[in-house]
Unconditional design. Structure first.
Ligand code: NG6
Ligand code: CA
Length: 530
Protein backbone atom coordinates (compact mmCIF):
# COMPACT_ATOMS: atom_id res chain seq x y z
CA UNK A 1 0.00 0.00 0.00
CA UNK A 2 2.77 2.35 0.96
CA UNK A 3 4.43 1.75 -2.38
CA UNK A 4 1.42 3.16 -4.20
CA UNK A 5 1.07 5.97 -1.76
CA UNK A 6 4.68 7.02 -2.05
CA UNK A 7 4.87 6.43 -5.76
CA UNK A 8 1.84 8.63 -6.22
CA UNK A 9 3.23 11.28 -3.95
CA UNK A 10 6.51 11.32 -5.74
CA UNK A 11 4.77 11.65 -9.06
CA UNK A 12 2.30 14.32 -8.12
CA UNK A 13 3.77 15.92 -5.01
CA UNK A 14 0.12 16.60 -4.23
CA UNK A 15 -0.16 15.60 -0.61
CA UNK A 16 2.77 16.26 1.73
CA UNK A 17 4.07 13.37 3.81
CA UNK A 18 3.05 13.56 7.42
CA UNK A 19 5.56 12.97 10.22
CA UNK A 20 4.12 9.47 10.75
CA UNK A 21 4.76 8.60 7.11
CA UNK A 22 8.36 9.74 7.06
CA UNK A 23 10.48 6.59 6.83
CA UNK A 24 13.58 6.05 8.92
CA UNK A 25 16.71 5.73 6.80
CA UNK A 26 19.70 3.59 7.75
CA UNK A 27 22.78 3.69 5.53
CA UNK A 28 25.28 0.96 6.37
CA UNK A 29 28.73 1.48 4.88
CA UNK A 30 31.22 -1.38 5.18
CA UNK A 31 34.93 -0.69 4.85
CA UNK A 32 36.93 -2.32 2.02
CA UNK A 33 34.21 -4.94 1.51
CA UNK A 34 34.51 -6.23 -2.05
CA UNK A 35 31.80 -6.88 -4.61
CA UNK A 36 32.39 -10.62 -4.25
CA UNK A 37 32.71 -10.79 -0.44
CA UNK A 38 29.04 -11.51 0.31
CA UNK A 39 27.31 -14.80 -0.32
CA UNK A 40 24.39 -12.96 -1.95
CA UNK A 41 26.96 -11.64 -4.46
CA UNK A 42 28.31 -15.11 -5.19
CA UNK A 43 30.84 -15.76 -2.43
CA UNK A 44 30.94 -19.45 -1.56
CA UNK A 45 33.81 -19.63 0.91
CA UNK A 46 32.26 -17.20 3.34
CA UNK A 47 28.62 -17.00 4.29
CA UNK A 48 26.73 -13.80 5.18
CA UNK A 49 23.21 -14.95 6.14
CA UNK A 50 22.03 -11.63 7.60
CA UNK A 51 23.10 -9.57 4.61
CA UNK A 52 21.60 -12.24 2.36
CA UNK A 53 18.31 -11.92 4.24
CA UNK A 54 18.44 -8.16 3.78
CA UNK A 55 19.07 -8.60 0.06
CA UNK A 56 16.22 -11.13 -0.20
CA UNK A 57 13.90 -8.59 1.38
CA UNK A 58 14.81 -5.93 -1.19
CA UNK A 59 16.90 -5.14 -4.25
CA UNK A 60 20.45 -6.19 -4.95
CA UNK A 61 22.25 -3.90 -7.39
CA UNK A 62 24.98 -5.28 -9.64
CA UNK A 63 26.19 -2.03 -11.21
CA UNK A 64 26.55 0.30 -8.22
CA UNK A 65 29.53 2.56 -7.71
CA UNK A 66 31.35 4.31 -4.93
CA UNK A 67 32.86 7.63 -6.02
CA UNK A 68 36.42 6.68 -5.10
CA UNK A 69 38.52 3.60 -4.46
CA UNK A 70 39.65 4.80 -1.03
CA UNK A 71 37.69 5.82 2.01
CA UNK A 72 37.97 9.56 2.62
CA UNK A 73 37.07 10.72 -0.89
CA UNK A 74 34.39 8.06 -1.24
CA UNK A 75 32.69 9.12 2.01
CA UNK A 76 33.10 12.80 1.16
CA UNK A 77 31.05 12.29 -2.00
CA UNK A 78 28.48 10.07 -0.33
CA UNK A 79 27.74 12.66 2.36
CA UNK A 80 27.95 15.85 0.29
CA UNK A 81 26.77 14.85 -3.17
CA UNK A 82 29.84 16.55 -4.58
CA UNK A 83 32.56 14.67 -6.45
CA UNK A 84 35.69 14.31 -4.37
CA UNK A 85 37.87 15.39 -7.30
CA UNK A 86 36.56 18.93 -6.88
CA UNK A 87 38.44 19.27 -3.61
CA UNK A 88 42.21 18.68 -3.32
CA UNK A 89 41.99 17.82 0.37
CA UNK A 90 39.97 14.64 -0.04
CA UNK A 91 42.84 12.14 -0.01
CA UNK A 92 43.09 9.47 2.71
CA UNK A 93 42.93 11.54 5.91
CA UNK A 94 45.20 11.26 8.92
CA UNK A 95 43.68 10.69 12.34
CA UNK A 96 44.41 14.29 13.32
CA UNK A 97 42.97 15.86 10.15
CA UNK A 98 40.59 18.74 10.66
CA UNK A 99 37.02 18.46 9.38
CA UNK A 100 37.04 18.16 5.59
CA UNK A 101 33.32 18.75 5.14
CA UNK A 102 32.76 22.29 6.38
CA UNK A 103 29.71 23.72 8.19
CA UNK A 104 28.71 25.89 5.23
CA UNK A 105 28.30 22.76 3.08
CA UNK A 106 25.09 20.79 2.90
CA UNK A 107 25.29 17.14 3.85
CA UNK A 108 22.80 14.34 3.59
CA UNK A 109 22.32 14.74 7.34
CA UNK A 110 21.31 18.40 6.79
CA UNK A 111 18.70 17.20 4.30
CA UNK A 112 17.17 14.95 6.94
CA UNK A 113 17.35 17.70 9.55
CA UNK A 114 15.36 19.97 7.25
CA UNK A 115 12.48 17.55 7.82
CA UNK A 116 13.03 17.26 11.55
CA UNK A 117 14.78 13.89 11.59
CA UNK A 118 17.08 12.80 14.40
CA UNK A 119 20.46 12.12 12.76
CA UNK A 120 23.49 10.10 13.81
CA UNK A 121 26.93 9.15 12.50
CA UNK A 122 28.25 5.96 14.05
CA UNK A 123 31.47 3.98 13.50
CA UNK A 124 34.27 4.82 11.10
CA UNK A 125 34.36 8.52 10.21
CA UNK A 126 37.61 9.32 8.35
CA UNK A 127 36.56 12.83 7.31
CA UNK A 128 38.48 14.76 9.95
CA UNK A 129 37.42 16.06 13.35
CA UNK A 130 37.98 19.48 14.88
CA UNK A 131 38.41 22.76 13.06
CA UNK A 132 42.07 22.49 12.07
CA UNK A 133 44.52 19.67 11.46
CA UNK A 134 46.75 18.87 14.42
CA UNK A 135 45.16 21.34 16.84
CA UNK A 136 42.47 19.15 18.40
CA UNK A 137 42.19 19.00 22.17
CA UNK A 138 41.62 15.28 22.63
CA UNK A 139 41.39 15.87 26.39
CA UNK A 140 38.51 18.31 26.20
CA UNK A 141 35.73 19.00 23.73
CA UNK A 142 36.51 19.13 20.02
CA UNK A 143 35.94 22.56 18.51
CA UNK A 144 34.22 21.22 15.39
CA UNK A 145 32.40 17.93 15.00
CA UNK A 146 29.78 16.22 12.82
CA UNK A 147 27.25 18.15 14.91
CA UNK A 148 28.33 21.15 12.82
CA UNK A 149 27.40 19.36 9.58
CA UNK A 150 23.97 18.05 10.42
CA UNK A 151 24.52 15.05 12.71
CA UNK A 152 22.81 15.47 16.10
CA UNK A 153 24.72 12.59 17.55
CA UNK A 154 28.01 10.84 16.81
CA UNK A 155 29.92 7.89 18.16
CA UNK A 156 33.01 7.58 16.01
CA UNK A 157 36.50 6.40 15.31
CA UNK A 158 38.30 9.53 14.08
CA UNK A 159 39.86 7.83 11.04
CA UNK A 160 40.60 4.12 10.69
CA UNK A 161 41.54 1.35 13.11
CA UNK A 162 45.12 1.51 11.86
CA UNK A 163 45.44 5.24 12.61
CA UNK A 164 45.77 6.96 15.95
CA UNK A 165 44.00 8.16 18.07
CA UNK A 166 42.74 4.70 19.05
CA UNK A 167 39.72 5.91 21.01
CA UNK A 168 36.03 6.44 20.30
CA UNK A 169 34.66 9.99 20.23
CA UNK A 170 31.08 10.59 21.31
CA UNK A 171 29.56 14.02 20.80
CA UNK A 172 32.93 15.71 20.70
CA UNK A 173 34.57 13.97 23.65
CA UNK A 174 36.66 10.84 24.10
CA UNK A 175 34.54 7.94 25.38
CA UNK A 176 35.68 6.57 28.79
CA UNK A 177 38.15 9.42 29.03
CA UNK A 178 40.93 8.58 31.47
CA UNK A 179 42.21 11.70 33.27
CA UNK A 180 45.25 9.76 34.49
CA UNK A 181 46.42 9.26 30.89
CA UNK A 182 46.08 12.52 28.91
CA UNK A 183 46.08 12.00 25.15
CA UNK A 184 48.62 13.47 22.72
CA UNK A 185 48.54 12.79 18.99
CA UNK A 186 51.09 13.60 16.30
CA UNK A 187 51.60 12.58 12.71
CA UNK A 188 55.05 14.20 12.65
CA UNK A 189 57.13 12.76 15.46
CA UNK A 190 57.03 10.31 18.32
CA UNK A 191 56.64 11.25 21.97
CA UNK A 192 59.74 10.77 24.13
CA UNK A 193 59.97 7.32 25.63
CA UNK A 194 57.03 5.82 23.73
CA UNK A 195 57.67 2.52 21.93
CA UNK A 196 57.06 2.14 18.21
CA UNK A 197 56.59 -0.86 15.95
CA UNK A 198 59.82 0.07 14.16
CA UNK A 199 61.95 0.26 17.32
CA UNK A 200 60.18 -2.38 19.41
CA UNK A 201 58.88 -5.12 17.11
CA UNK A 202 58.81 -7.48 20.11
CA UNK A 203 55.82 -5.48 21.40
CA UNK A 204 53.73 -6.30 18.31
CA UNK A 205 52.20 -9.24 20.12
CA UNK A 206 48.84 -9.45 18.33
CA UNK A 207 49.59 -8.56 14.71
CA UNK A 208 52.82 -7.75 12.92
CA UNK A 209 52.87 -5.29 10.07
CA UNK A 210 53.78 -6.35 6.53
CA UNK A 211 54.29 -2.79 5.34
CA UNK A 212 53.97 0.52 7.17
CA UNK A 213 51.99 0.47 10.44
CA UNK A 214 55.18 0.69 12.49
CA UNK A 215 54.60 3.81 14.55
CA UNK A 216 52.71 3.81 17.89
CA UNK A 217 51.67 0.48 19.37
CA UNK A 218 48.21 0.04 20.84
CA UNK A 219 46.81 -3.33 21.93
CA UNK A 220 49.92 -5.12 20.60
CA UNK A 221 49.32 -3.73 17.08
CA UNK A 222 51.40 -1.12 15.26
CA UNK A 223 49.58 1.95 13.91
CA UNK A 224 50.01 4.89 11.57
CA UNK A 225 50.81 8.02 13.59
CA UNK A 226 52.00 8.64 17.12
CA UNK A 227 49.90 8.65 20.22
CA UNK A 228 50.61 8.96 23.91
CA UNK A 229 48.19 8.24 26.73
CA UNK A 230 44.60 7.14 26.43
CA UNK A 231 44.69 4.66 29.31
CA UNK A 232 41.34 2.98 29.79
CA UNK A 233 39.84 4.91 26.86
CA UNK A 234 41.99 3.02 24.33
CA UNK A 235 39.99 0.60 22.28
CA UNK A 236 40.61 -3.11 22.17
CA UNK A 237 40.37 -4.01 18.48
CA UNK A 238 38.47 -7.18 19.32
CA UNK A 239 35.65 -5.03 20.77
CA UNK A 240 35.37 -2.37 18.05
CA UNK A 241 32.53 -4.03 16.15
CA UNK A 242 30.57 -4.65 19.33
CA UNK A 243 31.00 -1.02 20.42
CA UNK A 244 29.77 0.23 17.06
CA UNK A 245 26.82 -2.19 16.95
CA UNK A 246 25.84 -1.28 20.52
CA UNK A 247 25.88 2.44 19.66
CA UNK A 248 23.65 1.76 16.64
CA UNK A 249 21.22 -0.30 18.71
CA UNK A 250 21.08 2.41 21.39
CA UNK A 251 20.36 5.06 18.80
CA UNK A 252 17.54 3.06 17.18
CA UNK A 253 15.91 2.22 20.50
CA UNK A 254 16.01 5.78 21.77
CA UNK A 255 14.54 7.19 18.54
CA UNK A 256 11.92 4.60 17.70
CA UNK A 257 9.08 7.11 18.11
CA UNK A 258 10.60 9.72 15.84
CA UNK A 259 11.93 9.64 12.25
CA UNK A 260 15.68 9.05 12.22
CA UNK A 261 18.60 8.89 9.82
CA UNK A 262 21.53 6.72 10.87
CA UNK A 263 24.81 6.71 8.95
CA UNK A 264 26.39 3.52 10.26
CA UNK A 265 29.95 2.76 9.20
CA UNK A 266 31.57 -0.47 10.27
CA UNK A 267 35.29 -0.88 10.81
CA UNK A 268 35.05 -4.31 9.17
CA UNK A 269 36.71 -5.42 6.97
CA UNK A 270 39.48 -2.83 7.15
CA UNK A 271 42.90 -3.59 8.65
CA UNK A 272 44.00 -4.35 11.30
CA UNK A 273 41.59 -7.28 11.15
CA UNK A 274 41.22 -8.39 14.73
CA UNK A 275 37.58 -9.46 15.18
CA UNK A 276 36.20 -10.55 18.51
CA UNK A 277 37.56 -13.85 19.88
CA UNK A 278 34.17 -15.53 19.36
CA UNK A 279 34.88 -15.52 15.59
CA UNK A 280 38.35 -17.05 15.91
CA UNK A 281 38.70 -20.11 13.69
CA UNK A 282 35.19 -19.63 12.25
CA UNK A 283 36.33 -18.87 8.70
CA UNK A 284 38.62 -20.78 6.40
CA UNK A 285 39.67 -17.37 5.04
CA UNK A 286 41.23 -16.52 8.41
CA UNK A 287 40.97 -13.10 10.02
CA UNK A 288 39.64 -11.39 6.88
CA UNK A 289 36.85 -13.97 6.62
CA UNK A 290 36.14 -13.60 10.34
CA UNK A 291 35.83 -9.84 9.85
CA UNK A 292 33.24 -10.49 7.13
CA UNK A 293 31.32 -12.74 9.54
CA UNK A 294 31.51 -10.02 12.17
CA UNK A 295 30.20 -7.44 9.66
CA UNK A 296 27.32 -9.77 8.92
CA UNK A 297 26.57 -10.07 12.63
CA UNK A 298 26.47 -6.27 13.00
CA UNK A 299 23.98 -6.08 10.14
CA UNK A 300 21.94 -8.82 11.83
CA UNK A 301 21.89 -6.89 15.11
CA UNK A 302 20.59 -3.77 13.38
CA UNK A 303 17.89 -5.75 11.55
CA UNK A 304 16.86 -7.51 14.75
CA UNK A 305 16.62 -4.24 16.66
CA UNK A 306 14.45 -2.73 13.94
CA UNK A 307 12.26 -5.84 13.94
CA UNK A 308 11.90 -5.97 17.73
CA UNK A 309 10.86 -2.34 17.77
CA UNK A 310 8.34 -2.70 14.99
CA UNK A 311 10.31 -0.45 12.66
CA UNK A 312 11.15 -2.77 9.77
CA UNK A 313 8.28 -1.65 7.56
CA UNK A 314 9.02 2.00 8.15
CA UNK A 315 12.77 1.85 7.63
CA UNK A 316 14.64 2.08 4.38
CA UNK A 317 18.00 0.33 4.68
CA UNK A 318 20.85 0.82 2.23
CA UNK A 319 23.93 -1.38 2.57
CA UNK A 320 27.10 -0.72 0.61
CA UNK A 321 30.89 -0.40 0.87
CA UNK A 322 33.24 2.59 0.64
CA UNK A 323 35.64 1.02 -1.85
CA UNK A 324 36.86 -2.28 -3.23
CA UNK A 325 38.78 -5.06 -1.52
CA UNK A 326 42.42 -5.62 -0.59
CA UNK A 327 44.03 -8.69 0.92
CA UNK A 328 47.40 -7.62 2.38
CA UNK A 329 46.84 -4.00 3.38
CA UNK A 330 49.82 -3.81 5.69
CA UNK A 331 49.49 -6.51 8.37
CA UNK A 332 50.57 -10.14 8.46
CA UNK A 333 47.01 -11.40 8.87
CA UNK A 334 47.39 -14.12 6.21
CA UNK A 335 44.50 -12.72 4.19
CA UNK A 336 46.41 -13.35 0.96
CA UNK A 337 47.70 -16.83 1.77
CA UNK A 338 44.34 -18.10 3.04
CA UNK A 339 42.28 -16.49 0.28
CA UNK A 340 42.55 -19.43 -2.14
CA UNK A 341 39.90 -19.21 -4.84
CA UNK A 342 37.71 -16.66 -3.04
CA UNK A 343 37.19 -13.61 -5.30
CA UNK A 344 36.57 -10.49 -3.18
CA UNK A 345 36.77 -8.44 -6.40
CA UNK A 346 34.04 -10.49 -8.10
CA UNK A 347 34.51 -10.70 -11.89
CA UNK A 348 36.34 -7.37 -11.96
CA UNK A 349 39.97 -6.31 -12.27
CA UNK A 350 41.99 -4.44 -9.64
CA UNK A 351 40.84 -3.67 -6.10
CA UNK A 352 41.04 -0.97 -3.48
CA UNK A 353 43.11 2.00 -4.75
CA UNK A 354 42.44 1.09 -8.45
CA UNK A 355 40.97 2.89 -11.38
CA UNK A 356 39.99 -0.57 -12.56
CA UNK A 357 36.45 -1.62 -11.80
CA UNK A 358 37.01 -3.56 -8.57
CA UNK A 359 38.11 -0.32 -6.93
CA UNK A 360 34.65 1.19 -6.96
CA UNK A 361 32.12 -1.47 -8.04
CA UNK A 362 30.56 -2.21 -4.69
CA UNK A 363 27.75 -4.25 -3.20
CA UNK A 364 24.58 -2.16 -2.90
CA UNK A 365 21.39 -3.41 -1.34
CA UNK A 366 18.17 -1.44 -0.80
CA UNK A 367 15.56 -2.90 1.52
CA UNK A 368 12.29 -1.43 2.71
CA UNK A 369 9.90 -4.16 3.61
CA UNK A 370 6.43 -3.67 2.22
CA UNK A 371 7.52 -0.86 -0.07
CA UNK A 372 10.42 -2.14 -2.13
CA UNK A 373 9.77 -5.36 -4.03
CA UNK A 374 11.52 -8.27 -2.34
CA UNK A 375 14.09 -10.47 -4.01
CA UNK A 376 14.83 -8.28 -7.02
CA UNK A 377 18.11 -7.76 -8.80
CA UNK A 378 18.74 -4.53 -10.66
CA UNK A 379 21.49 -4.06 -13.21
CA UNK A 380 20.88 -0.31 -13.43
CA UNK A 381 23.96 1.91 -13.36
CA UNK A 382 23.86 3.84 -10.08
CA UNK A 383 26.26 5.88 -7.94
CA UNK A 384 26.51 6.70 -4.26
CA UNK A 385 26.74 10.36 -5.30
CA UNK A 386 22.94 10.33 -5.55
CA UNK A 387 22.25 9.59 -1.88
CA UNK A 388 21.72 13.25 -1.04
CA UNK A 389 19.33 14.18 -3.86
CA UNK A 390 17.51 10.86 -3.56
CA UNK A 391 17.03 11.37 0.18
CA UNK A 392 15.61 14.84 -0.44
CA UNK A 393 13.14 13.37 -2.93
CA UNK A 394 12.22 10.57 -0.56
CA UNK A 395 11.24 12.89 2.26
CA UNK A 396 10.00 15.65 -0.03
CA UNK A 397 12.37 18.41 0.81
CA UNK A 398 14.53 20.66 -1.36
CA UNK A 399 18.23 20.48 -1.96
CA UNK A 400 19.42 24.03 -1.24
CA UNK A 401 20.55 25.89 -4.34
CA UNK A 402 24.22 25.32 -5.08
CA UNK A 403 24.52 22.35 -2.71
CA UNK A 404 25.32 18.80 -3.75
CA UNK A 405 26.05 19.89 -7.29
CA UNK A 406 26.77 16.37 -8.55
CA UNK A 407 23.90 14.56 -6.86
CA UNK A 408 20.83 13.65 -8.92
CA UNK A 409 17.52 12.20 -7.90
CA UNK A 410 17.76 8.51 -8.83
CA UNK A 411 15.29 7.49 -6.14
CA UNK A 412 12.92 5.70 -8.49
CA UNK A 413 15.79 3.48 -9.61
CA UNK A 414 17.05 2.91 -6.07
CA UNK A 415 13.53 1.84 -5.02
CA UNK A 416 13.29 -0.48 -8.01
CA UNK A 417 10.41 1.39 -9.66
CA UNK A 418 12.49 1.46 -12.81
CA UNK A 419 15.82 0.11 -13.99
CA UNK A 420 17.03 3.28 -15.67
CA UNK A 421 20.77 3.76 -15.92
CA UNK A 422 22.30 6.94 -14.63
CA UNK A 423 23.70 8.80 -17.64
CA UNK A 424 27.21 8.32 -16.27
CA UNK A 425 29.12 7.60 -13.10
CA UNK A 426 32.50 9.09 -12.19
CA UNK A 427 35.13 7.44 -10.01
CA UNK A 428 38.43 8.54 -8.56
CA UNK A 429 41.40 6.22 -7.94
CA UNK A 430 43.98 6.59 -5.19
CA UNK A 431 46.23 8.84 -7.32
CA UNK A 432 43.15 10.88 -8.32
CA UNK A 433 42.90 9.40 -11.83
CA UNK A 434 39.28 9.69 -12.99
CA UNK A 435 37.18 7.14 -14.82
CA UNK A 436 33.81 7.67 -16.38
CA UNK A 437 31.32 4.93 -17.10
CA UNK A 438 28.32 5.45 -19.35
CA UNK A 439 26.21 2.59 -20.60
CA UNK A 440 28.52 -0.27 -21.41
CA UNK A 441 31.55 1.96 -21.89
CA UNK A 442 34.18 2.82 -19.37
CA UNK A 443 36.85 5.41 -20.02
CA UNK A 444 39.95 5.74 -17.82
CA UNK A 445 41.89 8.95 -18.31
CA UNK A 446 45.68 8.81 -18.89
CA UNK A 447 47.79 8.86 -15.77
CA UNK A 448 51.42 8.53 -14.72
CA UNK A 449 50.98 6.16 -11.80
CA UNK A 450 52.48 2.70 -11.38
CA UNK A 451 50.69 -0.19 -13.09
CA UNK A 452 50.72 -2.21 -9.92
CA UNK A 453 51.06 -1.38 -6.22
CA UNK A 454 53.34 -4.22 -5.24
CA UNK A 455 52.91 -3.90 -1.48
CA UNK A 456 49.21 -4.69 -1.76
CA UNK A 457 49.49 -6.71 -4.98
CA UNK A 458 46.83 -4.69 -6.80
CA UNK A 459 46.75 -3.55 -10.43
CA UNK A 460 45.87 0.11 -10.56
CA UNK A 461 44.63 0.61 -14.10
CA UNK A 462 46.95 3.61 -14.49
CA UNK A 463 48.32 3.99 -18.02
CA UNK A 464 49.93 6.94 -19.79
CA UNK A 465 47.43 6.67 -22.65
CA UNK A 466 43.59 6.63 -22.53
CA UNK A 467 41.73 3.38 -21.96
CA UNK A 468 38.28 2.38 -23.11
CA UNK A 469 36.56 -0.84 -22.14
CA UNK A 470 33.25 -2.40 -23.15
CA UNK A 471 32.12 -3.69 -19.76
CA UNK A 472 29.20 -5.60 -21.29
CA UNK A 473 31.63 -7.91 -23.07
CA UNK A 474 34.75 -7.37 -21.03
CA UNK A 475 33.96 -6.80 -17.34
CA UNK A 476 37.55 -7.73 -16.51
CA UNK A 477 38.91 -4.74 -18.51
CA UNK A 478 41.51 -6.66 -20.48
CA UNK A 479 40.81 -5.39 -23.99
CA UNK A 480 41.57 -1.69 -24.38
CA UNK A 481 39.44 -0.42 -27.30
CA UNK A 482 40.76 3.12 -27.29
CA UNK A 483 42.44 2.79 -30.69
CA UNK A 484 39.52 1.03 -32.36
CA UNK A 485 36.75 3.21 -30.82
CA UNK A 486 38.29 6.67 -30.55
CA UNK A 487 34.97 8.48 -31.03
CA UNK A 488 33.40 6.69 -28.07
CA UNK A 489 36.44 7.39 -25.91
CA UNK A 490 36.44 11.06 -26.93
CA UNK A 491 32.74 11.38 -26.10
CA UNK A 492 33.37 10.18 -22.55
CA UNK A 493 36.54 12.25 -22.22
CA UNK A 494 34.54 15.36 -23.15
CA UNK A 495 31.91 14.65 -20.50
CA UNK A 496 34.70 14.29 -17.97
CA UNK A 497 36.30 17.54 -19.08
CA UNK A 498 32.94 19.32 -18.84
CA UNK A 499 32.43 17.99 -15.35
CA UNK A 500 35.82 19.24 -14.33
CA UNK A 501 35.58 22.65 -15.88
CA UNK A 502 34.36 25.34 -13.51
CA UNK A 503 32.14 22.95 -11.69
CA UNK A 504 29.49 22.93 -14.37
CA UNK A 505 27.82 19.59 -14.94
CA UNK A 506 25.40 18.95 -17.76
CA UNK A 507 23.28 15.96 -17.11
CA UNK A 508 20.31 14.90 -19.17
CA UNK A 509 19.66 11.70 -17.28
CA UNK A 510 16.23 12.58 -16.08
CA UNK A 511 14.77 13.97 -19.24
CA UNK A 512 15.54 17.61 -18.63
CA UNK A 513 18.80 19.40 -19.05
CA UNK A 514 20.23 20.52 -15.76
CA UNK A 515 23.04 22.97 -15.61
CA UNK A 516 24.28 23.11 -12.07
CA UNK A 517 25.18 26.63 -11.02
CA UNK A 518 28.79 27.40 -10.29
CA UNK A 519 29.40 26.96 -6.63
CA UNK A 520 30.90 30.38 -6.15
CA UNK A 521 27.84 32.06 -7.69
CA UNK A 522 25.27 30.01 -5.89
CA UNK A 523 23.26 31.35 -3.03
CA UNK A 524 21.62 29.06 -0.59
CA UNK A 525 19.76 29.32 2.67
CA UNK A 526 21.74 28.88 5.86
CA UNK A 527 21.87 25.22 6.82
CA UNK A 528 19.32 24.13 9.34
CA UNK A 529 20.82 24.07 12.83
CA UNK A 530 19.26 22.85 16.00
C1 NG6 B 1 47.03 3.25 3.47
C2 NG6 B 1 47.38 2.22 4.52
C3 NG6 B 1 46.31 1.17 4.52
C4 NG6 B 1 44.95 1.79 4.73
C5 NG6 B 1 44.71 2.88 3.71
C6 NG6 B 1 43.43 3.63 3.94
C7 NG6 B 1 49.82 1.89 4.85
C8 NG6 B 1 51.04 1.18 4.41
N1 NG6 B 1 48.69 1.61 4.21
O1 NG6 B 1 47.97 4.27 3.47
O2 NG6 B 1 46.57 0.21 5.50
O3 NG6 B 1 44.87 2.33 6.02
O4 NG6 B 1 45.76 3.82 3.76
O5 NG6 B 1 42.36 2.81 3.73
O6 NG6 B 1 49.88 2.68 5.77
S1 NG6 B 1 40.93 3.43 3.59
O7 NG6 B 1 40.05 2.33 3.29
O8 NG6 B 1 40.61 4.04 4.86
O9 NG6 B 1 41.01 4.39 2.51
CA1 CA C 1 37.89 1.78 2.83
Amino acid sequence: MKKHLLGGLLASMAVPLSAQQLPNVVVIVADDLGYGDLSCYGATRVSTPNVDRLAASGIRFTNAHACASTSTPSRYSLLTGEYCFRRKDTNIAAGNAGMIVRPEQTTVADIFKQRGYATAAIGKWHLGLGDKTGTQDWNGTLDMTPQDIGFDHHYLMAATADRVPCVFIENGRVVNYDPTAPISVSYASNFAGEPTGAANPELLTKLKSSHGHNQSIVNGIGRIGYMKGGGKALWRDEDIADSIAAAAVRFIKSHKAHPFFMYLCTNDVHVPRMPHERFRGKSELGLRGEAILQFDETVGNVMKTLEENGLTENTLIILTSDNGPVLDDGYQDQAATLNGDHTPWGPFRGGKYSAFEAGTRVPFIVSWRGTVTAGETSNALISQIDLLAGSAALIETQVPLGAAMDSRNSLETWLGHNHDDREFVVEMAANRTLSLQSGRWKYIEPSNGVAKINSVNIETGYLSTPQLYDLSKDPGETNNLYSSQPAEADRLAIVLAELRSAGIAKDTTYGCELVTPKRENATRPAPYRK
